[in-house]
Write a protein that binds this ligand. Structure first.
Ligand code: GLU
Length: 552
């Protein structure tokens, strides 16, 4: 009778579970190699938490000479977005992660354990489901939505665990004959697990991040195959991870509560359980409390944010490594120039609770990395970003490539390189004065003067300075000595001490004169070395800037 029922439900299954098990042979990898996966649903939105989880998987696989593969979990077809698979692949690639196996496009895949897209694995799930029916471990359930609601309401009224289990599982003990009759009469149904769990039992497991866990055994007759013929995530992942020989399921901790279901499914299906590691959710600190990074409230939750703002991907990765293992920071300090791939990610060392995501810290990490990049690299990365996000600057900067490389090289070679940029959208505000097109857009109100100088006083300084200006002094020191001599002549004190002693005697200090020149050339109070800036701009532009300043 079971066989009739199974054949009625799955008339097209023509393989046995053994055939599948024999097809997907154990992998021939070296001892200790991890086989892990990134298994997103193609919903189109790339959350930074996805990159974070993928990175943990990718590092674990590749630092152990294992396999990192991409499996697309598209069993909920309502949520699917076109192009999401390619977007996922591209995103991970941009963040330095390459899949060894799995989907390589919407339809194509590579690797011997496919298909790697759940919607293409229907026959496999059906074969295993059919087998469970034959073993009395699965049954069709004919409950309508209304009936399920009634059950839930009753449970709520009685204050007992909601769900479809035990005596509430009305079709659990329906005879096969009855079931066959209903199906033949065209009644709709889904397939459920006949859970062997007992309420008084617990399952013990060592989670590779959370440690020893003791959880109540699953008693729910969970859905295995939905009315559209597709499996639930629970059922699909167990079969996939078993057949693909995943050694470690490393996924977000939101799945922890379903773990008893998953362990039971592995047992019922006769599969060896993989290791599980539940990754703490990325949190944000707000007004002293922690909350999840929200897709709606926090722009930094979207991966696209980093690209748009111009954070180099490698900086985001470095920051994520900081969150994954706090020891990364120390390792980085000791190994300032080593590629991050050399750092060994360890699950045991991960914090067990919410990982705190701090965009300010990320920005800092990014500044530190950008300041170490050679000028040529800064130039090429910046222009690549600007091409897409600031075409105006792209045109200006690429028209003066040589000059820009000099600009990006200012104070770079010294022992303490400047940390001007944390992301590419900050570059413009710091280099605009190298371009008349941008400089001339500014008005009087944008000019930053030394606190002690009025615009009139600054103009007077420039009046004299422009007459005395010698563009051909060949060192910063010589340039400054020259400026200082003029400042003293104009009645400015050599230094603060001298000025403080007799303030009424002086118009200000030498630094004010330098500040006036800086304002005339750049409109800013803080810039890299002014002598270098003037040399890069060239004598003509410098003199024009003096003139423009005096005309203000
Ligand atoms: N498809 C699941 C998700 O979207 C994957 C969870 C897992 O990695 O097993 O989160």
């Amino acid at each position: 009778m079971k066989e009739r029922l199974a054949n009625l439900i799955f008339p097209n299954v023509d393989k046995t579970v053994e055939e599948y098990i024999n097809t997907y042979k154990p992998r021939d990898l070296k001892e200790g190699a991890h086989v892990v996966r990134y298994a997103p649903s193609p919903t189109g939105f790339q959350h930074i938490g996805g990159v974070y989880a993928a990175l943990i998987n990718e590092r674990l696989a590749h630092q152990s000479e294992g396999i990192f593969y991409l499996r697309i979990e598209d069993t909920d077809q309502k949520r699917e977005v076109k192009g999401a698979i390619e977007d996922t692949i591209q995103t991970m690639y941009n963040f330095g992660m390459e899949f060894d196996e799995g989907m390589i496009g919407e339809e194509e895949s590579k690797g011997a354990y496919g298909p790697y897209r759940q919607s293409l694995r229907k026959e496999i799930y059906h074969t295993f489901a059919k087998d469970l029916i034959l073993k009395g471990l699965a049954y069709p359930c004919f409950c309508t939505a209304e009936e399920l609601n009634e059950i839930r309401e009753k449970q709520m009224a009685e204050k007992i665990t909601p769900g479809y289990y035990g005596k509430y599982a009305v079709y659990r003990n329906l005879s096969d004959e009855e079931a066959i009759k209903k199906i033949e009469a065209g009644e709709e149904y889904i397939l459920r697990l006949k859970s062997p769990g007992k309420e008084e039992n617990r399952v013990e497991i060592v989670d590779l991040i959370k440690g020893e866990l003791s959880l109540p055994e699953n008693v729910q007759d969970i859905v295995l195959i939905k009315s559209d013929g597709l499996p639930t995530y629970h059922f699909a992942h167990a079969i996939d991870d078993a057949l693909m020989h995943t050694t470690d399921v490393i996924r977000g901790e939101e799945w922890l509560s379903s773990l008893p279901i998953h362990l039971q499914l592995f047992d019922v299906l006769g599969f060896k359980r993989p290791n599980y590691a539940h990754v703490p959710t990325i949190m944000k600190s707000e007004n002293g409390s922690k909350r999840k990074l929200s897709k709606r409230k926090d722009p930094e939750s979207a991966v696209s944010y980093y690209r748009e703002e111009g954070y180099p991907q490698v900086c985001v990765i470095e920051y994520l490594l900081n969150i994954i293992n706090s020891s990364f920071e120390e390792w980085r300090a000791e190994n300032p120039d080593v590629d991050y791939h050399e750092f060994k990610v360890s699950l045991e060392k991960m914090s067990k609770s919410g990982a705190l995501f701090d965009i300010v810290k990320l920005h800092d990490v990014s500044k530190n990395l950008i300041c170490k990049m050679k000028a040529d690299e800064v130039y090429s990365r910046y222009t690549e970003w600007a091409k897409e996000f600031d075409p105006e600057m792209y045109a200006l900067v690429t028209a003066k490539e040589d000059m820009m490389k000099e600009v990006f090289n200012i104070d770079k070679e010294g022992p303490k390189p400047r940390k001007d940029f944390g992301k590419w959208n900050e570059v413009k505000a710091k280099i605009f004065y190298f371009f008349d097109e941008e400089f001339d857009k500014e008005g009087k109100e944008d000019i930053e003067l030394p606190k002690t100088l009025t615009l009139e006083a600054a103009k007077e300084v420039i009046e004299s300075y422009s007459k005395a200006y010698n563009h051909n002094l060949e060192s910063q020191e010589a340039w400054f000595e020259h400026l200082k001599a003029l400042a003293i002549e104009l009645g400015y004190a050599t230094n603060r001490k001298e000025f403080k002693a007799e303030p009424e005697k002086f118009k200000g200090m030498v630094s004010d004169v330098a500040g006036a020149v800086r304002a005339a050339i750049t409109h800013r109070a803080n810039t890299p070395d002014l002598y270098t800036i003037m040399q890069i701009l060239g004598e003509d532009v410098v003199r024009e800037r003096f003139q423009k300043f005096m005309n203000l």
